[in-house]
Design a protein around this ligand. Structure first.
Ligand code: ADP
Ligand code: UVW
Ligand code: MG
Length: 402
């Protein structure tokens, strides 16, 4: 019997999302999330879809990613679909930074792992967690192929004029300083699904994808290829995020060094962990921000307005980059769930042919759908992302082609 199951690990800075899929029939056997890793009370939510079992939730302490993965392995074993299963064909890992070298799904060996490690300084919140995930999985199943699927891969099609910063070319080349872009697996999947939703081939459509999760990024996709994206050398550039500032005058960094005596690491921590929505109003969950706005909280309202203002600027910018736009689509935790964000981001853009229908925008649902009025020149939609499915498909394609 040829093994057809793929376990996908999406290790984030403080969470691990996972899915076990059977690629023979595309069925999901289990999905789950370990969250608040490293905090006093972590939580593990496990849903054994394959057995039709109920969702299980444990509040427990998961000291680090290694502990989290062991707990995940325990849950899978309890359902008889553990990592020791002979039906497992490979483990697919989301890896956030692939630098210049990795633009395709890649079988992980020592040299690949070393390169992912070398890239830690340009993805300090993400690559270390991805590495722990890979190491733990290798220890649990040393015989299995482990495949890395990179967030940066989809953006490698960006033209030089979008990928390069306007800084001294020799310095940039020596240190490989350029815009790489992230969330690429999501941008690729969502832009393809958008074409499907419009009943067209990806080569025929231009799409602006707004991936709004805790990290957030926008991309301009022309005919299935990324031509620009908002994240840069690291996942710090671009949109306002849960804890990250997004775009900022780089001189702020020197200024804080000179006038506030802050060291590089301190500024790094400020911009990555104490900025964005958290920095502006102490809260990064959009549900809570909306609740506070409804109660008249001025800081929450300003944080929301800053978030929307930036988002709107990127919609305008990518409209100009693409020239013709078929659809603007929202995805990820905020994009899929926060109707007020979608409404506000598109408000006032009727001259661009963009509008949201209030009823469609607030109607419940979890399928890909359009929320613009039928007459709209440019469609607006919600297209749920599925990074895990995309990683599973790429992983399975690689191991079956070997
Ligand atoms: N029902 C909801 N309404 C508004 N925002 C939501 C809702 N559900 C989730 N979110 C937002 O989605 C975010 C998480 O998005 P997600 O894509 O899972 O992020 P990540 O992959 O970066 O962890 C939460 O921080 C919260 O702001
Ligand atoms: C790259 C990135 O920002 O990822 P996440 O949204 O998972 O933090
Ligand atoms: Mg995410």
């Amino acid at each position: 019997m040829t093994p057809t199951r793929i376990l996908v690990l999406n290790s984030g800075s403080s969470s691990v999302k996972y899915q076990l899929l059977d690629m023979a029939d595309g069925k999901r056997l289990a999905v789950g999330l370990a969250e608040r890793i490293g905090e006093d009370t972590s939580a593990l939510t496990h849903h054994p879809l394959g057995t039709g079992g109920d969702k299980r939730r444990h509040e427990c302490r998961l000291a680090d990613h290694d502990a989290a993965l062991k707990a995940v392995a325990g849950e899978l074993s309890a359902d008889g679909i553990g990592l020791d299963s002979p039906e497992l064909a490979a483990i697919g890992h989301r890896v956030v930074h692939g630098g210049l070298r990795f633009t395709e799904p890649t079988l992980i060996d020592d040299a690949v792992l070393k390169e992912i490690e070398r890239l830690v300084p340009v993805a300090p919140l993400h690559n270390p967690a991805n590495i722990t995930g890979i190491r733990t999985a290798q220890r649990l199943r040393p015989d299995l192929p482990q495949v890395a699927v990179f967030d940066t891969a989809f953006h490698s099609s960006m033209p030089e004029h979008a990928a390069r910063y306007a800084i001294d070319v020799r310095t940039a080349d020596e240190h490989r300083i350029r815009r790489y872009g992230f969330h690429g697996t999501s941008h690729a999947y969502v832009s393809r699904k958008t074409a499907e939703l419009l009943g067209k081939d990806p080569s025929e459509v231009n799409v602006i994808v707004l991936h709004l999760g805790n990290g957030a990024s926008a991309s301009a996709v022309r005919g299935g290829l990324c031509v620009d994206t908002s994240m840069g050398l690291t996942p710090l550039e671009g949109l306002v995020m849960g804890t990250r500032s997004g775009d900022i005058d780089p001189a702020v960094v020197f200024h804080l060094g000179r006038v506030a005596g802050m060291g590089t690491d301190e500024v790094d921590e400020l911009l990555n962990k104490r900025s964005g929505l958290v920095g502006l109003c102490g809260e990064n969950d959009m549900r809570e921000i909306r609740r506070r706005i409804d109660e008249g909280d001025a800081a929450a309202k300003l944080a929301f307005d800053i978030y929307i203002h930036r988002l709107k600027k990127y919609i305008g910018a990518y409209y100009a980059v693409l020239g013709t736009v078929d659809a603007v689509v929202f995805t990820a935790g905020v994009g899929e769930n926060a109707a007020p964000v979608r409404e506000a981001a598109v408000a006032g853009l009727d001259q661009l042919g963009l509008a949201v229908d209030a009823e469609l925008n607030t109607a419940p649902g979890d399928a890909a759908r359009l929320i613009s009025p039928a007459s709209a020149r440019v469609k607006v939609g919600i297209v749920p992302t599925d990074e895990e499915l995309e990683i599973a498909e790429q992983t399975y394609a690689l191991v079956t082609a070997r």
